[in-house]
Design a binder for this molecule. Structure first.
Ligand SMILES: Nc1ncnc2c1ncn2[C@@H]1O[C@H](COP(=O)(O)OP(=O)(O)OP(=O)(O)O)[C@@H](O)[C@H]1O
Ligand SMILES: [Mg+2]
Length: 222
């Protein structure tokens, strides 16, 4: 399963979520690969703060990285891609390689998502790759911000569900990343750690649901 975290906008939590979702999967004893597809190298810099990492980290920030990403991922149960903060060719490659594109978005971004280039790229890719799933992940949510029903409905109608798991703005996320730790090492019993567990499971559910529907459709078609 290949999950990428993508949004052309900077600072929405791509790297934070990619590292911690990878950690959540590795905690189960799965073989996990984290691909740093951002030239800034934030995920690689995080890994460099440590002796060893709970999952493999490789840097692959090339326009045509999809093929290599797919080849590498075959040795792992899960591959997580940390995407770049732009919608250039690398971003398209990340999308092509993915089973699920998670679009971290701050609550304020949900009012204007329809015009986002990343969203457009995902939809374009879906025309060729029917099984490609995606979803917005509300990220860096402050306090009691409520994501309105109408926003969820609009996104769902466009086939981009807003996942029910919301990631709040929590100092533990920033601190752990600065210290080269995962949220599970830094604050294992925290609400932040629980949010990541929940997000990981929700993403998996979305992908698996589609595999089931896909195989049913195949059976129905003989
Ligand atoms: N849920 C959160 N709570 C608190 N701080 C957060 C949270 N998510 C991200 N941050 C902080 O916000 C900053 C940007 O986060 P991050 O690097 O994960 O975003 P990004 O989308 O990967 O950015 P870029 O576009 O530059 O790659 C970092 O300092 C990070 O520690
Ligand atoms: Mg980043």
């Amino acid at each position: 399963m290949i999950i990428s975290f993508l949004n052309q906008k900077g600072g929405v939590g791509k790297t934070t979520l990619a590292v911690n979702v990878a950690a959540s999967l590795a905690n189960r004893g799965e073989r996990v690969l984290l691909i740093d597809a951002d030239k800034q190298g934030s995920a690689s810099a995080w890994a460099a703060l440590r002796q060893d990492t709970p999952f493999q980290v490789v840097s692959l920030a090339r326009a045509n990285m999809a093929k290599d990403a797919l080849k590498m991922s075959s040795d792992y149960s899960y591959t997580v891609i940390d995407g770049p903060p732009h919608a250039e060719e690398i971003a398209r490659s990340c999308i092509i390689a993915s089973d699920f594109v998670a679009l971290p978005i701050e609550p304020s971004g949900l009012s204007t998502w329809a015009s986002d280039l990343t969203v457009r790229q995902v939809r374009e890719a879906q025309e060729y790759k029917e099984m490609l799933k995606c979803g917005f992940v509300v990220s860096r949510k402050i306090g009691k911000t409520v994501i309105g029903r109408e926003i969820r409905d609009m996104a769902a109608a466009a086939d981009i569900p807003v996942l029910s798991t919301e990631i709040e703005q929590r100092v533990g996320f920033a601190e752990s990343m600065t210290m080269g730790q995962t949220i599970f090492e830094w604050a294992p019993k925290s609400a932040a750690a629980r949010e990541i567990e929940k997000l990981t499971k929700e993403i998996e559910r979305h992908v698996e649901e589609d595999i089931r529907i896909g195989s049913k459709a195949k059976t129905a078609n003989g």
